[in-house]
Design a protein around this ligand. Structure first.
Ligand SMILES: Cc1ncc(COP(=O)(O)O)c(C=O)c1O
Length: 409
């Protein structure tokens, strides 16, 4: 069954005004999830876990229902393995602080790839400065594929504690072979964190099948609200890790001298959590889950093929990581995002001109400076799609770019 785009788009009133092709930054939210957030404040608003009055019970139930829904969405074995955070960034910082400071010592290695977003780089650089751990990098080839032999060599050298890798590049849309990476890392005793900030909206995730140790994603990129995200961690690992932040909600008991921690998941959720956002995220995920992943992948795959065809027909335009004869990147392991540059037109000027026409693309380094350095460019323009985008929207891009090129000739 294919997706009924007209029906889907009716859920997103904002889309009637814009060709919104900036989904890798933030996806739009369906009306039903927007309503769920405001309904929470109208009917159920109370703090969770700390009260016995009816509203506190209602809020707690809604919050824990959201945890169950996320657990089902990524197929975690236990719902306590789902920790609510403010987003992917906080989820990764949590692991870097908690696991990093309790387990890593001088000489231990954290392995990253040049594809990573700054959120999956800077927490590890901080950890390196604090602990003396080393950060090793895996490069990509000219088509954006990870050089797996480099991973093998680093793993063979030993002392690798963690491999932290994106499931889908937010700039070039490449999907590294995470199943293979996890197997290789585990064979050498290393843990693996998957940054699924981009992956989660476009492909099915099954953490049990993947066997990853940690996985992080953000609500606002899976059609949910901002200010909420998820850290999945294997139960035994999370149980053995110290809390990330301390305060109310995460303790069992406190004395004048010391405290003991609550069980999972509260141990990692100090302070008042984003309850309304959790309810909104559950609603967005329930909404997304009504569709078949095969249909989503097929629809989004066709849009990416079309975008590549349109963009490569502009001579002065280069798609990042497309060193093939026809200038087109291979699409088998790519989805959702295309990064490109145009001779003589700065990405900021381009997106400004496109923006005036209601076409929303993003310019800059997309929080991936090491990747841009790898291509010797400071910035690129990114087109990124979501479930609701149409061929008509993609077809608006080329003429608008050509017009912008004429302005700068
Ligand atoms: C691959 C990747 N990781 C991490 C992040 C950070 O996500 P957030 O800002 O929601 O924490 C992003 C955001 O664009 C991303 O694309």
């Amino acid at each position: 069954m294919s997706l009924d785009l007209a029906k889907i788009r009716l859920q997103f009133p904002i889309l009637s005004e814009f060709a919104y092709l900036d989904n890798a930054a933030t996806a739009q939210t369906p009306q039903i999830a927007i309503d769920a957030v405001s309904d929470f404040y109208e009917d159920s608003n109370a703090n969770v876990h700390r009260g016995l009055h009816p509203l506190a019970e209602k809020a707690t139930e809604a919050y824990e229902d959201a945890r169950q829904a996320i657990s089902k969405f990524i197929n975690s074995k236990y719902s306590e393995e789902i920790i609510f955070t403010s987003g992917t960034t906080e989820s990764i910082n949590l692991v870097a602080r908690s696991l990093g400071e309790s387990e890593l010592k001088e000489g231990d290695k954290i392995v990253l790839t040049v594809l990573e977003h700054h959120s999956n780089i800077t927490p590890w650089l901080q950890l390196k400065n604090r602990t003396g751990a080393e950060v090793s990098w895996i490069d990509i080839d000219d088509e954006g594929n990870l050089k797996m032999d480099e991973l093998d060599s680093i793993l063979d050298e030993g002392n690798v504690s963690l491999v932290s890798v994106t499931g889908l590049s937010n700039v070039i849309g490449v999907r590294p072979p995470i199943e293979e990476i996890i197997k290789k890392a585990h064979a050498k005793g290393a843990k693996v964190l998957i940054d699924a900030a981009q992956l989660a909206a476009h492909h099915k995730i099954d953490v049990q099948k993947l066997d990853c140790d940690f996985l992080a994603f953000s609500g606002h990129k899976v059609y949910g609200p901002m200010g909420i995200g998820v850290l999945y961690g294997k139960k035994d690992l999370l149980e053995s890790m110290p809390p990330f932040q301390t305060g109310g909600g995460m303790i069992r008991s406190v004395s004048a001298e010391s405290f003991t921690c609550a069980d999972l998941p509260e141990k990692f959720e100090a302070g008042t959590p984003p309850v309304a956002e959790a309810v909104g995220l559950k609603t967005a995920i329930d909404w997304l889950s009504q569709f078949d992943w095969k249909d989503i992948e097929e629809h989004e795959g066709k849009l990416i093929e079309l975008a590549i065809k349109e963009l490569t027909s502009i001579n002065s335009l280069t798609i990042l990581c497309s060193k093939t004869e026809n200038r087109k990147p291979k699409t088998e392991n790519r989805s959702s995002s295309i990064g490109f540059t145009i001779d003589g037109v700065h990405p900021h000027d381009l997106t400004d001109i496109l923006g005036e026409k209601g076409i929303c693309l993003r310019a800059g380094h997309h929080c991936a400076q090491p990747l841009h350095e790898r291509f010797n460019v400071e910035a690129s323009t990114r087109l990124s799609i979501g479930i609701y985008n149409t061929e008509e929207e993609i077809l608006k891009v080329k003429p608008a770019i050509e017009e912008a090129i004429r302005v700068f000739e």
